[in-house]
Design a protein. Sequence first.
Length: 294
Amino acid sequence: MALADNTGCAKPSEDNPFPDIIELNVGGQVYITRHPTLVSVPGSLLWEMFTQKNVRSLARDSKGRFFVDRDGFLFRYILDYMRDQQLVLPEHFPERSRLQREAEYFMLPELVKMLAPKLSKQNSLGDDPCQSDPEELSPGADPARALSSAGAALPGTGGPGSGGTGTMGTTGTDGRRAGFITIGYRGSYTLGRDSQTDAKFRRVARIMVCGKTSLAKEVFGDTLNESRDPDRPPERYTSRYYLKFTFLEQAFDKLADAGFHMVACNSTGTCAFAHDQTDDRIWTSYTEYVFYRE
């Protein structure tokens, strides 16, 4: 006997046109859940979608699954919340604000409140059980020291370490932040028979940026691609940014204009393979340049 609907294995009733088991395609990610889960929060977008009588009005993909054009990876947390109305985020979760935007779209006001940043009297992030970050303070860290460090990091504050002592993250006498920025890139080149004269270099595919987020944004501005590390707090470090251009000289010019100077560099090279019919060898390399501003 043929199934009544290819989105589930239970036959819909006259009162409920949806099967008990429902397949969803959310931004290309497939989820399988029960109909009661999707309607567990009255007034939400999913509740409105799966309580209507006209099933044909809902969008479907080529395999008949109900389609929702949203972030498929973040939807897992939306679905978890729909199951028991609780929010449990993984440790070091970096996409809190994006998840809050998804909660607003799916019309889940309580979840939006859970995701909203909580500020203490000192105007800093308070104790939020769902707040997490790779560089969070350890349990034994001194909160007063953390607040002092945060105050010293802001321009115009008189926190400890200011006055151009050269300490990473402090503010110098000219008002500029001190700190390190590392520029790295992977490349490849071909060496012929005479390795001294025949080096055929290829273009740099991507220039990566490592360092404190606030410094990286100050130096590179709109040319900094943050798509792999969105919503990064200004005082946190990252190694996932890269530049929208591929000219090293352009990156060096921007660093020089911002008062940085090179303090170290290193490079490694590995022979990937050699052509069978020639003596040419393809080498891959990784190079880093470390810049510092006092």
